[in-house]
Design a protein around this ligand. Structure first.
Ligand SMILES: *[C@@H]1O[C@H](CO)[C@@H](O)[C@H](O)[C@H]1NC(C)=O
Ligand SMILES: *[C@@H]1O[C@H](CO)[C@@H](O)[C@H](O)[C@H]1NC(C)=O
Ligand SMILES: *[C@@H]1O[C@H](CO)[C@@H](O)[C@H](O)[C@H]1NC(C)=O
Ligand SMILES: *[C@@H]1O[C@H](CO)[C@@H](O)[C@H](O)[C@H]1NC(C)=O
Length: 327
C-alpha cells in the first residue's frame, strides 16, 4: 500500500510537471481519472482516481488522491508566479476550503514554475483591483490560516520565493528546499520598505535576532543549504529528490490520526507561533513607508529594471540585482 502510494505520488509529479502549462489555461473543475494517459504505469493505480480542481482565478490547482489525505496545491501564475490579486484570492479560497473538512490532513505547497516558487507582491496597479496594501490584508488572512488551520502545511520549494512569496513560505509548518534552485529573501529594505506581511516577525522567530538583522537589513537571498543551517528551512535536498522526500514525509504524517496531528500543531503554536498582532504590526510598520519620497523612486526604478515584473535577469537574481536601483 505504501509502495503503491509512492508510485502514485511519483506518477502525479511527472504528470503535473509536464502539463502545468495546460493547467493554467484550464479554468474548469473536474473530478475523475487523469485524462491524458502518457504514462504506462497508470494502469497500476487501479481505482485510485486523483481529484483535480483549478481555483476560480486559475492561479492554483489542487490535486488529491482519495484515500491519501494529502492535497497538493500547485501555483502557476504567469512567468514569475507573481503574488497578485488573482493569486491572493485563490489562496484565500483554498485556505477557506480547508475549514471544517475531513479529507485532508497534509497540504503540500509547490510550484509548476521551475524558476519561481512564488515571486513578490505585485506592485502593478490594475483597474478594479484593490491597491497592493489593501490586497495584503487578504494575503495576511490567508497566510495566517496556513499557520493555524488543523492541517499540516509543507512548502516544497524549488525556485524563488521573495517578499510575500517568502512570507508565505515562512508561515507553513515545514519547509523543504531544493539545492541549486532555491532563492529565498526579503529585499524590501533595499527599496525603502520592509516586509509587511509577517516576514519580520516570522524570520526573527525562526532564524533568531542576529540572522534576522542580517537578512532583513541586507535584502540578500539565501540558498537552500544556508537556509537549512540557520533554521529558515527544515531541510535542503537535492532537486531530483525533493518530490520524493516531501511526499514520503507527508505520507508518514497522513497515516496518523488527524486529532493527534491537530493537537500537536496547536500546542507547538501555543508555545511558539508568532501572535497575529505581531503580523499586523509588520503590516502597520510597512504601510507608512509606501509611496514616500525615500521609497517611491526606488520602487519605480525597481519596476523599470524588472521590466514591470517580467521574467529576466533582474527577477532571477533580485537579491543581488536590487542594488542596481542605486546606480
Ligand atoms: C476563470 O473564471 C473566472 C470567473 O469564472 C474569471 O474571472 C477568470 O478570469 C478566469 N481565469 C482564467 C485564467 O481564465
Ligand atoms: C482520509 O481519506 C479518506 C478517504 O478519502 C476519508 O474517508 C477520510 O475521512 C480521510 N480522513 C481524514 C482524517 O482526512
Ligand atoms: C466551521 O465550523 C464552525 C463551528 O461549527 C462554524 O462556526 C464555522 O462557520 C464553519 N466555517 C465554515 C467556513 O464552514
Ligand atoms: C511598464 O508599465 C508602465 C506603466 O504602465 C509603462 O509606461 C511602461 O512602458 C511599462 N514598461 C515595460 C518595459 O513594459
Amino acid at each position: 500500500m505504501h509502495l503503491k502510494s509512492v508510485v502514485v505520488v511519483h506518477f502525479l509529479s511527472l504528470w503535473y510537471s509536464s502539463t502545468w502549462a495546460s493547467l493554467v489555461q484550464d479554468n474548469s473543475t473536474f473530478a475523475g481519472p487523469i485524462p491524458s494517459i502518457h504514462n504506462p504505469t497508470s494502469a497500476s493505480i487501479g481505482s485510485i482516481e486523483p481529484v483535480m480542481s483549478v481555483l476560480p482565478h486559475g492561479t492554483i490547482s489542487t490535486i488529491r488522491t482519495p484515500g491519501s489525505n494529502i492535497t497538493r496545491a500547485i501555483f502557476s501564475n504567469g512567468p514569475i508566479n507573481i503574488m497578485n490579486w488573482p493569486m491572493i484570492q485563490d489562496l484565500q479560497t483554498f485556505t477557506v476550503s480547508l475549514y471544517n473538512q475531513s479529507h485532508t490532513k497534509v497540504v503540500i505547497l509547490q510550484s509548476a514554475n521551475p524558476s519561481f516558487f512564488i515571486a513578490q507582491l505585485s506592485l502593478l496597479e490594475h483597474d478594479g483591483w484593490p491597491t497592493p496594501t489593501e490586497q495584503t490584508k487578504t494575503f495576511i488572512d490567508a497566510a495566517y490560516d496556513i499557520s493555524t488551520l488543523p492541517v499540516i502545511f509543507i512548502a516544497s520549494i524549488a525556485g524563488r520565493a521573495r517578499g510575500a512569496g517568502n512570507e508565505l513560505v515562512l508561515q507553513c509548518d515545514l519547509r523543504y528546499a531544493a539545492r541549486g534552485r532555491t532563492f529565498l529573501g526579503n529585499f524590501e529594505t533595499a527599496i525603502g520598505l520592509i516586509p509587511g506581511a509577517g516576514g519580520i516577525a516570522y524570520l526573527a522567530s525562526l532564524i533568531g535576532r542576529a540572522k534576522a538583522f542580517e537578512y532583513v537589513l541586507s535584502g540578500r537571498d539565501i540558498d537552500a543549504d544556508t537556509a537549512e543551517r540557520i533554521g529558515w528551512v527544515n531541510h535542503a535536498v537535492d532537486s531530483y529528490d525533493l518530490d520524493g522526500v516531501v511526499g514520503a514525509f507527508a505520507e508518514r504524517l497522513a497515516l496518523f490520526p488527524v486529532q493527534a496531528l491537530a493537537a500537536a500543531k496547536k500546542r507547538i503554536n501555543e508555545v511558539s507561533l508568532v501572535p497575529p498582532e505581531q503580523v499586523w504590526a509588520d503590516y502597520n510598520a510597512w504601510v507608512p513607508l509606501v509611496g514616500k519620497p525615500f521609497s517611491a523612486p526606488l520602487a519605480s526604478k525597481e519596476m523599470k529594471l524588472s521590466m514591470n515584473e517580467s521574467f529576466g535577469e533582474y527577477q532571477l537574481y533580485e537579491g543581488d540585482e536590487v542594488l542596481r536601483v542605486y546606480e
